[in-house]
Write a protein of this length. Structure first.
Length: 161
């Protein structure tokens, strides 16, 4: 079963690329005392993720921050190197933190994984966006069609703020 509105998010370690290389961050540090948007997708460099989902959050980052969002984070079951390279290619800059959930620990803990083995992808994240305040889930927008980024897109969460 997936996480529900009002639930506290699990405390796991994710990875991101910093100036010194792959860097761990605990979700308790990421979410603690902050308003955070985290959006997840099946994989870096995949078509819908690259053409719709991530670009929507990059383009709307200033509007999201103007509504009190401290951090916008993109999560995928990829490693920090892949997420860092994809963030560079997509010009995410400081607007979107690119998080690797390489072992799928967060994805499995929130109950939002799927088995993409039939496509050679292994365990991956479903497509969704979340609004998290001080570690508590306030909004969850799970995409019914994995080939689209409408329900889970930046415009949806902008309307929820």
């Amino acid at each position: 079963m997936s996480i529900q509105i009002g639930d506290k998010l699990p405390d796991v370690t994710l990875m991101y690329m910093s100036d010194t290389g792959p860097t761990p961050i605990k979700t308790s540090e990421l979410f603690g005392g902050k308003k955070v948007i985290i959006f997840a997708l099946p994989g870096a460099f995949t078509p819908t993720c690259s053409n719709q989902h991530l670009p929507g959050f990059v383009e709307n980052a200033a509007q999201l921050r103007a509504k009190g969002v401290d951090t916008i984070a993109c999560l995928s079951v990829n490693d920090a190197f892949v997420m860092g390279a994809w963030g560079e290619q997509q010009k995410a800059g400081d607007d979107v933190m690119m998080l690797g959930d390489g072992n799928g620990d967060f994805t499995k803990a929130v109950g939002l994984s799927f088995d993409g083995s039939g496509f050679g992808m292994g365990i991956r994240s479903l497509r969704y966006s979340m609004l998290v305040e001080d570690g508590v889930l306030k909004e969850l927008n799970q995409e019914p069609n994995p080939g689209e980024a409408k329900v889970s897109g930046a415009e949806t969460i902008l309307g929820q703020l």
